[in-house]
Design a protein around this ligand. Structure first.
Ligand code: Z5A
Length: 212
């Protein structure tokens, strides 16, 4: 009989919401509780495709908007076999951004609709839980200046937030909105509680396909 599979847990949110901080804390806590858990992040800048994306984000190169969208998606697809393998091995994956960032960021650009943006990611491993770290622009500003990478401007991030709001209306996904203004530890405890529940739920279920 096949063993219990791990869960696919995604953390999403606008700039400086605390995604990376919380991903790391969650992996550590799960491991401490005796659960195999690993962190991944998108974009994964270590692959050849990831390096093209990184260079674009750092404004060292320019890429046409459709092209870069497809590269972000290809970066997820190239890691999809590894994601499935790890989940099947019983490893819970905690992922910093996923297809939802892909759709939210590109559809915030003029001339793009949600449907077109979603299409390349249809069929990726479906998350068991998507935690959206909610932080207002005013609160984000208290966490320091925007960085120097592409997309790190207030107006663009506001539009991205609206797109995330549209994506969160999808009842086929287990979205949970987290109040990211909370202190790191309180937020962590809430995220851990949601994650433990999702892991228990996922154990006996097959890996499904996103947006199918
Ligand atoms: N992008 C895309 O266009 N298409 C795609 O398909 C994908 C991504 C996957 C990648 O950025 C860019 O690519 C991103 C989306 C786009 N562009 N933007 N914006 P990235 O993933 O390399 O980096 P990032 O996601 O922009 O990181 P971030 O959002 O800036 O940070 P974060 O992970 O949410 O937050 P953090 O690093 O954990 O914390 C930020 C600061 O806040 C730090 O000083 C912490 O100490 C502090 N912090 C964290 N939590 C708290 C709490 N609870 N209270 C107070 N202070 C806190």
């Amino acid at each position: 009989m096949m063993g219990r599979r791990g869960a696919l847990i995604i953390l999403e949110g606008v700039d400086r919401a605390g995604k990376t901080t919380q991903c790391k804390k969650l992996v550590q806590a799960l491991q401490k509780n005796g659960r195999p858990a690993e962190m991944m992040r998108f974009p994964d800048r270590t692959t050849m495709i990831g390096q093209m994306i990184s260079s674009y984000l750092e404004k060292k190169t320019n890429l046409e908007d459709h092209t870069v969208h497809l590269l972000f998606s290809a970066n997820r697809w190239e890691l999809a076999p590894l994601i499935k393998k790890k989940l099947q091995q019983g490893v819970t994956l905690v992922v910093d951004r996923y297809a939802f960032s892909g759709v939210a960021f590109t559809s915030a650009k003029p001339g793009f609709c949600l449907e077109w943006c979603r299409n390349p990611d249809v069929g990726l491993p479906k998350p068991d839980l998507v935690l959206f770290l909610q932080l207002s622009p005013a609160e984000a500003a208290k966490r320091g200046q925007f960085g120097v990478e592409r997309y790190e401007t207030s107006d663009f991030q506001q539009t991205v937030q609206h797109r995330f709001n549209q994506l969160m209306k999808d009842p086929s996904l287990n979205w949970q909105v987290m109040d990211a203004t909370k202190g790191m530890e309180d937020l962590h405890q809430e995220i851990l509680r949601q994650s433990e529940a999702a892991i228990a739920e996922a154990e006996s279920q097959p890996i499904k396909e996103l947006w199918k």
